[in-house]
Design a protein. Structure first.
Lengths: 554, 101
């Protein structure tokens, strides 16, 4: 696993020392909120509806068992005994007291974690496939490239004042689990002959103007990654609209200038700066790659696993929560943080400790945070799965629902977030509870429901098969449904189904929608998304709005 | 035709805890909406807001929120403000916790 160098450690300690002084000066009144706010945001400290919130970055979603234990300590000592994992591969603590935040940051630094958001209009934390280095379908571990980009972009003099924040996502596999098409730059590793390189996607994003990224280069040799990314940033830095915050992201630049022109400019810039790259970055990359070396695999017979599959409870869990591993006798385990009726993404301190212990006992000490708000043990020998599953169940972590209806992404919404226009968490809780009562989710099969509490779209609702957007309509919570979104390599933005629903109408509306899907699908093999693509919006609209459908038919 | 002024309260977040607080007539900050001073005059409301803004060592981000008289004191009008008087809906945290003690 990548370890911070002494330089990084010293930098972190110094940064925390400075912030401690700033907090003291804020409390004694010598700093005003206007002066303090940018400083606290730079250190991941937000003010929400009921309390402060501390957001801790988890680079490329990779955490060690020791780090996970420390998160548990922080949750207990300075929060209310839990933490919230988010779609940006972060953990958020919802109840810190201002005075305690410097101690929390020191506790994080002890295990090489921090809350520095590289905030501002800079290149943000690079996110990566949460199955990196484990997935069977992977070409190469993308995290060394993510780390290379992090080191290169941190403090890069030319890119500290971009027109707007800049998010990069990377995957080493052709199956896109990192939502690369919804990022400013998406990098998808591909093969051409015996050469590997990147498909470079530019101009994706969600928020108030959702856009699917476009392929600006279908094959970029790996060694050209930095000069090419630099060329894109240079073109954006020049053309990006600084006059209007809502038009400043690169998605708008690409949309307004057209992909062709952007490509011409980027290629010209790339040709110019490429010569200046001497290959030093490739030496650095090789160094970084060493710290991501895979563990020494322990071979174990898989008979115990096959035997355990006779137990229907174990089998149901294995069928939904396991993914094929590069090593045939291993599996990738996704631990669901979506028990029916619970808050998506929340884990108690005890659960964090259990997950850390299980990672040590069965998972080579490594864990991942997925953007779908679950925790992943990337490498577990199949032989150990029955014992692991039993322990997860004891800790309330054995829910068998990954990829199903109740594996919902929900942003914090108006239960926490100061920007929210409606709640999202209780909507997710009620949907999961209702379909658990109906015992329908396994029959419905693969389905992604994603909920945001305002147009900023932190809950990725645009790319949900069913997206739910909470709005404030004349002082009442109102929920808009979008259909047919997709966050994978076939990315698509969902289409608005029609007028929104009141808070207590949204669960019944989904029930009508999904019962209709069960009626009209061609068979179990046809997922909700496939049925939507085959039939279009009409039959689903009719289920959502039966009164209108009746009127039209009359 | 000028719109009638809707009554307001001055609310903010406590500097140290971040909790939602309300300015009272006695010039203190209370965690209870019902103890807020209900401001029925627009000019008065602006003055009270200015007064709150002059206390950066006590509160963060003071603003005027719509309110209406109720049996036990002022009550919030908008659902966002109603949530701020309670806490999140997924756990009995925030004021829901302290209210029981
Ligand atoms: C409560 C504090 C939060 C605030 C103030 C906040 C604010 C914002 C804003 C203003 C945007 C729009 C940016 C733009 O379009 O230029 C945004 C986008 C986004 N946020 Fe948040 N957010 C918060 C929490 C979260 C959480 C909890 C998550 C993860 C679950 C998250 C993940 C994202 C993602 C994925 C996007 C869209 C990606 C993009 O197009 O940039 N945010 N957020
Ligand atoms: S989508 Fe809106 S409500 Fe949800 S976390 Fe983002 S800013 Fe807050």
């Amino acid at each position: 696993m990548y370890r911070y160098t002494d330089f990084d450690d010293a930098f972190l300690r110094e940064r925390n020392r400075q912030f401690r002084g700033q907090v003291e000066r804020r409390i004694d009144g010598s700093l005003t909120e206007d002066e303090f706010k940018p400083l606290r945001l730079m250190n991941g400290l937000y003010l929400q509806l009921h309390a402060y919130m501390l957001r801790v970055a988890i680079p490329y979603g990779t955490v060690s068992s020791a780090q996970m234990r420390q998160l548990a300590v922080i949750a207990e000592r300075w929060d209310k005994g839990y933490g919230h994992f988010t779609t940006r591969q972060n953990i958020q603590f919802n109840w810190p007291k201002l005075r305690n935040v410097p101690d929390m940051l020191d506790a994080l630094a002890e295990v090489g974690l921090h809350a520095i958001q590289t905030s501002g209009n800079t290149v943000r934390n690079v996110t990566a496939d949460h199955f990196a280095a484990a997935a069977e379908d992977e070409i190469e571990d993308p995290r060394p490239y993510a780390e290379l980009l992090r080191q290169w972009s941190t403090d890069h003099p030319e890119f500290q004042f971009l027109p707007r924040k800049f998010k990069i996502a990377i995957t080493g596999s052709s199956n896109d689990r990192a939502v690369t098409k919804a990022h400013d730059i998406g990098l998808r590793m591909v093969r051409r002959g015996d050469e590997t390189g990147f498909e470079v996607i530019v101009g994706g994003g969600l928020g108030r103007t959702p856009m699917i990224g476009k392929v600006v280069r279908d094959f970029l040799p790996k060694a050209d990654l930095l000069p090419y990314v630099e060329a894109i940033l240079a073109v954006y830095n020049l053309l990006g609209r600084r006059d209007n915050k809502y038009k400043a992201r690169i998605k708008i630049t690409v949309h307004e200038e057209g992909l062709e022109r952007i490509r011409e400019l980027v290629e010209a810039e790339f040709a110019r700066i490429r010569q200046a790259y001497t290959g030093a970055n490739q030496a650095l990359l090789a160094d970084i790659a060493q710290s991501f070396a895979p563990p020494v695999w322990q071979a174990k017979p898989v008979a115990a696993y096959e035997e355990a599959r006779r137990d229907p409870v174990f089998r149901a869990w294995a069928d939904t929560n396991l993914t094929a591993h590069k090593q045939g006798d291993h599996a990738i385990v996704t631990i669901s943080l979506k028990a029916h009726g619970a808050t998506p993404g929340d884990a108690t301190a005890d659960q964090m400790r259990v997950m850390a212990d299980l990672a040590d006992e069965y998972g080579y000490g490594e864990l991942r945070i997925s953007h779908e708000q679950n925790v992943v043990l990337p490498h577990v020998a199949r032989a150990d799965l029955p014992a692991l599953h039993a322990r997860l169940q004891q800790a309330g972590l054995g829910t068998a629902n990954i990829g199903l209806l109740s594996d919902i992404i929900a942003c914090p919404g108006m239960d926490y977030c100061a920007l929210a226009t409606a709640r999202s968490i209780p909507v997710a809780q009620e949907i999961a509870t209702r379909f658990e009562e109906l015992k329908l989710e396994h029959e419905i099969g693969p389905l992604k429901i994603k909920i945001s509490g305002c147009i900023n779209a932190c809950g990725h609702h645009h790319v949900g098969h069913i997206g739910i957007l909470g709005l404030d309509r004349a002082g009442v919570e109102n929920y808009q449904i979008t259909l047919g979104g997709d966050g994978t390599e076939d990315a698509a933005i969902g289409e608005r189904a029609g007028p929104g629903f009141a808070y207590d109408e949204i669960v019944p509306a989904l029930e009508r929608l999904l019962l209709a899907y069960l009626d009209i699908r061609e068979g179990e093999e046809e997922t909700f998304l496939m049925a939507y693509r085959r039939l279009g919006v009409a039959p689903f609209k009719a289920a959502l709005y039966p009164a209108e459908a009746k009127r039209d038919a009359a | 035709m000028s719109r009638a002024f809707k009554p307001k309260v001055v609310t903010a977040n406590d500097l140290l805890s971040g909790e939602a607080v309300y300015q009272t007539e006695a010039d203190t900050w209370s965690p209870l909406h019902s103890q807020a001073e209900l401001l029925t005059d627009e000019a008065d409301a602006q003055l009270r807001l200015l007064h709150a803004q002059g206390q950066p060592d006590r509160v963060v981000g003071p603003y005027l929120a719509d309110a209406e008289p109720g049996a036990d004191g002022p009550e919030p009008v908008h659902f966002r403000e109603a949530f701020r008087t309670r806490g999140p809906s997924n756990y009995a945290h925030g004021k829901q916790e302290t209210a029981q003690s």
